[in-house]
Design a protein around this ligand. Structure first.
Ligand code: ATP
Ligand code: ZN
Length: 310
């Protein structure tokens, strides 16, 4: 039984509704909501409520801080969670130490939330390798991930735990180095730091609690996984169309990146040329289009694909 803050109704049939925890507001939120919307889940746009019911599917979305998501899954409060691997791994190690449950299963990796956990030091300092950190103070939000790597390298250091503004720690005299999440490196640069070693690479993942789901929930989970996969496959694919000389078809097909059997359609009024349509599973570069043109292809179109179901 749970109380819904969105509609003040007590919901008793939770066993039929797939409950998913997502980040309320942050770097994973936009992409996660886009993925859900593109999968046909219609839920209230309002971010004020902790729990949002999907209007058209038996799904409830719980909006929380990302740090809470692994615990909600591991404590079986929700069925699914979308989370960065960095937070998942750090929380797992923390919970292990605290003697809490750490069980979960990975449903699938998602195609966003890419970042890396790196060591950075003041730009003017020379770097020879991790051994330079022996006896130094390192500020981080990820003490367990840092400790694991340092232990592997047999380096003794002092960890300074900061949950925000880690990048100002060296300038403020709080630490000699930092171990923080990096995407572009711009934040480091503007704080006079340079990235010297990547200790962990991360992306967003979909995880599930480590108990079988009720059949009704499993059915909706299977449906969503298929749709998520379709959206991710589509994101990497393009639909290519062109008119091409019949006698060059073999060469043209050979250079189409990751294309499956193309459809060939006879063009009206010109027995020497055909229309060719193909789905390419890879990025299509300008170079490829230029080669196609040299082989006599004309009216070449490359269009994005929104959904894909094999
Ligand atoms: P919350 O308020 O939910 O605790 P937060 O400040 O801890 O949010 P965000 O900065 O929103 O977290 O990042 C959430 C996750 O997004 C990170 O843990 C990481 O997995 C991922 N991420 C993706 N891109 C980046 C980036 N450029 N910088 C930092 N994290 C990123
Ligand atoms: Zn967080």
């Amino acid at each position: 039984m749970s109380t819904c803050s969105a509609c003040s109704e007590i919901k008793g049939s939770d066993k039929n509704r797939l409950r998913i925890a997502i980040q309320k507001s942050g770097r994973l939120t936009e992409e996660t909501e886009k993925l859900f919307r593109n999968s046909g889940i219609k839920f209230a746009e309002s971010h004020d409520h902790l729990l949002a019911h999907a209007e058209n599917l038996p799904i409830d979305i719980l909006r929380v801080r990302d740090d809470d998501i692994p615990g909600l899954v591991m404590d079986h409060v929700v069925d699914w969670g979308v989370i960065g691997q960095n937070v998942l791994e750090e929380t797992s190690m923390q919970r292990e130490v605290d003697g809490q449950d750490t069980g979960f299963s990975e449903v699938m990796k998602l195609n966003y939330g890419d970042c890396r956990l790196s060591v950075a030091i003041p730009s003017e300092i020379e770097w020879h390798g991790l051994k330079d950190l022996e006896g130094k103070k390192i500020a981080t939000t990820y003490p367990f991930l840092l400790k694991r790597v340092m232990k592997q390298h047999g380096i003794n250091y002092k960890s300074v735990l900061l949950t925000g503004s880690v990048e100002v720690a060296p300038r403020a005299g709080l630490a000699d180095a930092i171990c923080d999440l990096v995407c572009t490196g711009a934040t480091l640069q503007s704080n006079g730091l340079k990235e010297v070693e990547t200790i962990y690479t991360s992306k967003a993942v979909l995880i599930q609690r480590d108990q079988p789901l009720f059949p009704e929930k499993q059915a909706i989970a299977d449906l969503l996984v298929q749709r998520f996969k379709g959206i991710m496959a589509a994101a990497e694919s393009k639909y290519i169309m062109m008119n091409a000389p019949k006698d060059k078809l073999e060469q043209i097909t050979a250079i189409l990146p990751g294309a499956e059997n193309p459809s060939i359609i006879q063009l009206e009024g010109d027995p020497t040329r055909v229309a060719l349509h193909a789905v390419s599973r890879e990025k299509v570069f300008w170079e490829t289009l230029e080669q196609l043109k040299q082989l006599g292809a004309t009216s070449i179109l490359v269009v994005p694909i929104e959904k894909m179901l094999d």
